[in-house]
Write a protein that binds this ligand. Structure first.
Ligand SMILES: [Zn+2]
Length: 343
């Protein structure tokens, strides 16, 4: 039977026993505690997460972690081609949510839901209440707002429909503990060492990262409107020369600290690295998306976890991120657009 939104929306009374403080982040944390008590699939997911093993690989001033997480098999090998999507029931549409699943409504547009296949100690999916395609151009403002509301505890992230979203047909973000992602802790040092400044302005900072294994752009600003315009400029640069009407491939990680956003945009060249498609011993099931670009590579198979090397990691980022040449062009064109923006 279809469940209307008001049955899914959890009430303040139901959350009250779990809430500590009155922030949106505090409520999300409370939702997770409530849901663990009543939703078995979720509880099992978090039990599996307790068995996770991690290896850390050190690079020049930064770290990449590899996580063996058997709970991520479905997501890692998700078929996201149009035909496969067409025949499955959408798992983010409210009428298909399991009976025990509840959520926190945000502005009548989104629902904070618990992700039953966690990578983070607290992992959420924030889905649109409508079945509408995964596209960032018109939902970037929502990403900023969610990042601000949840930022004290979580990073909010976006995976493009062709590079990591397992529901490319249903608009959604995810959120997970920000302290868990290497990129958050190492950002200031990495920026100093490897970041090149793209614009000089008091209200908008933009940096390009070339030697951080995953080439990307980071924007910092306290001004949401300016960030939207800066992101719009990058979007145009990335879209140029690509297939008309198709979103350029990208993953986004959003952080909010002391009244300022920090938004990392990772332009992509490919969805999955070559080793993903190999057979036998050469195959490694790692399917990079925002979390991987943030420094945690999950693999659902133990043999891959044991076998993965530093070289594999370098090769993977090298293949799925844009080339050095392409990135140089992106930098130049973005810098001139940003200069015009803050002039
Ligand atoms: Zn849907």
């Amino acid at each position: 039977m279809a469940r209307p939104l008001d049955q899914i929306a959890i009430s303040e009374t139901e959350l009250a026993p779990f809430v500590n403080g009155n922030t949106q982040a505090g409520k999300a944390h409370a939702l997770l505690e409530q849901q663990k008590g009543v939703w078995e699939l979720l509880r099992n997911g978090y039990d599996t997460l307790r068995t996770v093993r991690t290896r850390a690989f050190e690079f020049d001033g930064f770290q990449i972690k590899v996580q063996f997480n058997p709970g991520r098999l479905t997501s890692t090998v998700a078929k996201v081609d149009a035909a496969s999507i067409k025949v499955r029931k959408c798992f983010l549409c409210t009428e298909n949510l399991p009976p025990a699943q509840r959520g926190i409504p945000c502005d009548g547009e989104y629902l904070v839901l618990c992700n039953p296949f966690p990578i983070f100690p607290e992992h959420f999916t924030i889905s649109s209440v409508r079945h509408t395609p995964q596209l960032i151009r018109d939902s970037f403002a929502a990403l900023l707002q969610l990042t601000r509301d949840l930022g004290s505890r979580y990073t909010v992230f976006y995976n493009g429909p062709r590079c990591g979203a397992s529901a490319p047909d249903h608009l959604h973000f995810q959120a997970g503990n920000r302290s868990h992602l290497p990129i958050d802790a190492e950002y200031d040092l990495v920026k100093e060492k490897l970041g090149s400044r793209l614009v000089r302005s008091g209200v908008l900072h933009a940096y390009a990262f070339e030697d951080y294994l995953r080439r990307h752009v980071a924007f910092e600003s306290p001004d949401a409107t300016l960030l939207q315009r800066a992101f719009g400029a990058l979007y145009e640069v990335l879209q140029d020369g690509g297939p008309a009407g198709e979103e350029p491939m990208m993953n986004i990680l959003g952080f909010y600290t002391n009244g300022e956003w920090r938004i990392h945009v990772f332009p992509r060249a490919k969805h999955r690295p070559a080793f993903y498609f190999k057979e036998g011993d050469e195959k490694l099931l790692i399917s990079p998306a925002a979390v991987e670009l943030g420094g945690i590579c999950t693999t659902p198979r133990e043999q891959d976890f044991e076998r993965v090397t530093r070289e594999h990691i370098m090769e993977m980022y090298y293949e799925v991120c844009v080339s050095m040449d392409k990135f140089a062009g992106i930098k130049t064109r973005l810098a001139s657009k940003l200069a015009a923006l803050v002039a």
